[in-house]
Design a protein around this ligand. Structure first.
Ligand SMILES: Cc1ncc(COP(=O)(O)O)c(C=O)c1O
Length: 412
């Protein structure tokens, strides 16, 4: 089969890049290469592959080093990484990990310099915040929290922080859907003499509705467990960048940590990429219809959802930075934790489970589950209350979901 050598659009690239059937007995789909180790054509090739992998020599352009050992790299990771690149506007390279947390940890441990400081927006996914407190801070790094969306505080903190190595922004934030301006954060970092890394957790809206590299981010991080995977049946993470050297630094650390995504998971995830935009578009349309209706229900104080923003700053960021509102929303329900739990108990189509981004609708109570590691002060600062229920809308018919949520609210 002749390979597609000319430029094509992302929807086409994701189905034509990264895999050459001629290398796999004409198989139309990539096989799963489960080998842990790879045979070298000669001892010289082995020597060269190790020299390149260890950074002792820089490969000339076009040189594809021989594979060595699956902890460093393997064919299914290479195929998946090649196919992730066209989905992220402005990207040139990607690295895959065995979970979103593995991707985040590898970014932090790779780019935080000795005595370095990181700034992060709050709220973050509870696990990420826990990782910062349980591992990153005890290792001696400083971590400063800034309220998500507070651009004055973020710009000033960037300007006045010594030894700043990295800024981690989750936008929109999980579970409050607060947006932080990526372009403004990138400009604040550029104005600083010492260039720190800007990493964006793009799990909630990417890769379809938000493109951080176009706004000046260095690294885009995903829990690929969510929308990229799309069916709540695998764990995966990815980091994507415009600068291949940044990805090479990460894959060097990944080889030491052993947290590369395994071949079977790469193969499954790779088969999901061509439908990510289809699924996300449908899920976002469903969610927008449902959110706008639920906002009128007398038992709902507020629906946290991008198309319902009232704050001018948030509206400005939304319009400048995102294409569609996505499928995650949080309901602030009248009646506190008791009402929130009762609402969850009444759901039948939607399942009471953590996670998001799958084709099935999931709902949970962040204060007692995904964000329960946060201290009371962090919870208050993040705006996560007992009356908040987070919902990830799937691909079911939106009317069935709306009827179910309305019934559950009516009965409270
Ligand atoms: C925004 C965000 N980032 C990262 C993660 C961690 O991803 P994983 O569960 O794949 O490790 C999650 C998980 O819920 C998340 O919501």
């Amino acid at each position: 089969m002749a390979r597609v050598s000319y430029r094509v659009r992302p929807e086409t690239a994701v189905l034509t890049r990264g895999f050459d059937p001629e290398l796999s007995v004409g198989s139309a789909r990539p096989p799963v290469y489960r080998s842990s180790t790879f045979v070298f054509p000669s001892p010289e090739a082995a020597e060269r592959a190790f020299a390149v992998a260890l950074g002792k020599v820089r490969p000339e352009s076009g040189y594809r080093p021989d594979l060595i050992y699956a902890r460093l790299n393997h064919p299914n990771a290479e195929i998946l990484e090649d196919q992730l690149v066209p989905l992220e506007r402005g990207a040139k390279a990607a690295a895959v990990f065995n979970s979103g947390m593995a991707a985040i940890f590898t970014v932090l441990i790779s780019f935080l310099e000795r005595d370095g400081t990181m700034i992060y927006t709050q709220p973050l996914y509870g696990g990420t915040q826990h990782l910062i407190h349980q591992i990153i801070e005890p290792l001696g790094f400083r971590a400063i929290a800034v309220r998500a969306g507070d651009m004055t505080a973020l710009t000033e903190t960037i300007a006045h922080t010594d030894n700043l190595s990295l800024v981690l922004i989750e936008t929109p934030s999980n579970p409050t859907l607060t947006m932080t301006d990526i372009g403004q954060a990138a400009a604040a970092l550029r104005a600083n003499s010492r260039r720190a890394m800007l990493a964006i957790d793009n799990t909630l809206l990417g890769p379809t509705f938000q493109h951080p590299l176009s706004h000046g981010a260095d690294l885009v991080i995903y829990s690929a467990t969510k929308f990229l995977g799309g069916f709540s049946d695998l764990l995966a993470g990815a980091v994507i960048a415009a600068d291949p050297d940044l990805i090479q630094s990460l894959t060097g650390i990944r080889a030491l940590l052993g947290n590369i995504l395994q071949a079977d998971e790469c193969w499954i995830l790779d088969s999901r990429l061509s439908t990510v935009a289809l699924r996300m578009n449908r899920q976002s349309k469903n969610a927008q219809r449902i959110a706008e209706q639920l906002a009128k229900h007398p038992r709902v104080r507020r629906v946290l959802y991008p198309s319902l923003f009232e704050d001018h700053g948030q509206i400005r960021i939304r319009d400048a930075q995102t294409d569609y509102p996505g499928s995650l929303m949080s309901l602030d329900i009248e009646g506190g934790k008791t009402a929130a739990f009762e609402f969850l108990r009444r759901l039948r189509i939607a399942k009471n489970a953590v996670s998001m981004g799958g084709v099935e609708t999931l709902a949970c109570h962040p204060a007692t589950t995904t964000h329960s590691e946060l201290s009371a002060e962090e919870m208050a600062a993040a705006g996560i209350t007992d009356s908040l229920v987070r919902i990830s809308i799937g691909t079911e018919h939106w009317r069935d979901l709306l009827e179910e949520f309305t019934r559950a609210l009516d009965g409270l």
